[in-house]
Write a protein that binds this ligand. Structure first.
Ligand SMILES: C=C1C[C@]23C[C@H]1CC[C@H]2[C@@]12CCC[C@@](C)(C(=O)O1)[C@H]2[C@@H]3C(=O)O
Ligand SMILES: O=C(O)CCC(=O)C(=O)O
Ligand SMILES: [Fe+2]
Length: 358
């Protein structure tokens, strides 16, 4: 049986200092461990103000949706998706369960702490060991069933949480299938053996609840440090219309992604970047925090099964009309999902360069 992704993370155990968040409520000023810049006005978070630079919003019902999605993946590595049929009621329930979780006292949340070799549970972001400073962020990762952790949080009332998250993951999976089919079609990948994993039930998925508490000095703190997702695609919901997410666009800089009601931010992850032979950028993104409003987000990571080998898709003939496309030489070697995830856990942003062909 193929290993699951959570087992992959077990090969890279972390120290507790890289798992346990601080008790954010107990700080009136920013502790030095969380200071990312020395002055409050040096533009740590300055973002592009060009009016033309905003992430495309695409309606899934648009007859041209496939083409628009492919183009957005190519030029931005991301887009906002509306017109999907995920019920708003379900999204609101997930949001309120996430709030219920993060509102628990710090000692209660600690009962669901991620184990050093585990991937699921409460803790700081997995990427924390790769940065010299800590992030103003706490997360709860769900891989498979969340029952054991939820029972620790709410011994007599965990079912509501588990059922809501399960239903949401089911719906996210269906939507991911739909999007991935459109995207692979755009890349001319439709040979049976290349797409047989879609809907195979062995896909690697994870749900990440993010909380960014109110921060005493938001200009000197970092919500989530710049990173790319390991996934094929990520479907992110920013709840309560609070901004914070920024994505990096070459030649433009950091672009804020203001929440659109009911929309998902869909972004290309490393695995799709590799599969597209670099044609789709794996978009670098980060999160800022604010002083008065705690922000929450919910990210669903979708990847092929752990034992699936991702091979860069070469174009059959040069496409002179598309600048990023048409490459006939593989920029990366083929890599198994499991192997790449392990490399990312160990080497973080260097992982991509390690599989680059010269
Ligand atoms: C399935 C995944 C994807 C993970 C690791 C594992 C569980 C949690 C995910 C995140 C969520 C927060 C950003 C990130 C960068 C992190 O630190 O943890 C993500 C990471 C990745 O995309 O690599
Ligand atoms: O909170 C956000 O807007 C982004 C979260 C994110 O990038 C992640 O969970 O990978
Ligand atoms: Fe992310």
């Amino acid at each position: 049986m193929a290993p699951t992704l959570s087992e992959v993370y077990g090969d890279h155990p972390l120290h507790l200092q890289h798992i346990i968040p601080i008790d954010f409520n107990s700080f009136r000023s920013l502790p030095d461990s969380h200071v990312w810049s020395q002055t409050s006005d040096d533009g740590l978070f300055s973002s592009s103000s060009l009016p033309s630079s905003s992430l495309p919003v695409i309606d899934l019902m648009d007859p041209n949706a496939s083409e628009l999605i492919g183009q957005a993946c190519e030029s931005w590595g991301a887009f906002q998706l509306t017109g999907h049929d995920i019920p708003m009621k379900l999204i609101d329930e997930v949001d309120s369960e996430a709030r219920r979780l993060f509102a628990l006292p710090a000692d209660r949340k600690m009962k669901a702490l991620r184990s050093p070799g585990g991937a699921a549970g409460y803790g700081v972001a997995r990427i924390s060991p790769f940065f010299p400073k800590n992030m103003w962020h706490e997360g709860f990762t769900i891989m498979g069933c969340s029952k054991d952790h939820a029972k620790e949080l709410w011994p007599h009332d965990y079912q509501r949480f588990c059922e809501t998250m399960e239903e949401y993951e089911k719906q996210m999976k269906d939507l991911s299938h739909h999007l991935v089919r459109m995207i692979l079609n755009y890349l001319n990948i439709f040979k049976d053996e290349q797409v047989k994993w879609i809907g195979s039930t062995m896909e690697s998925t994870a749900l990440q609840l993010n909380s960014y508490p109110c921060c005493p000095e938001p200009n000197r703190a970092m919500g989530l440090a710049p990173h790319t997702d390991t996934s094929l695609i990520t479907l992110l919901h920013q709840t309560q219309m609070i901004s914070g997410l920024q994505i990096h666009k070459d030649g433009v800089g950091w672009v804020p992604v203001h929440p659109v009601s009911g929309a998902f931010v869909v972004n290309v992850g490393d695995l799709l970047h590799i599969l597209s032979n670099g044609r789709f950028p794996s978009v670098l993104h980060r999160v800022t925090v604010n002083q008065t409003r705690q922000r929450f987000s919910v990210a669903y990571f979708y990847s092929p099964p752990a034992d699936f080998t991702v091979s860069p898709q070469l174009s059959p003939k040069p496409l002179s009309s598309s600048p990023g496309g048409g490459e006939q030489v593989a920029r990366y070697r083929s890599v198994m999902v499991e192997e790449y995830s392990g490399m990312k856990a160990k080497y973080y942003q260097k992982a991509l360069s390690l599989i680059k062909n010269n």
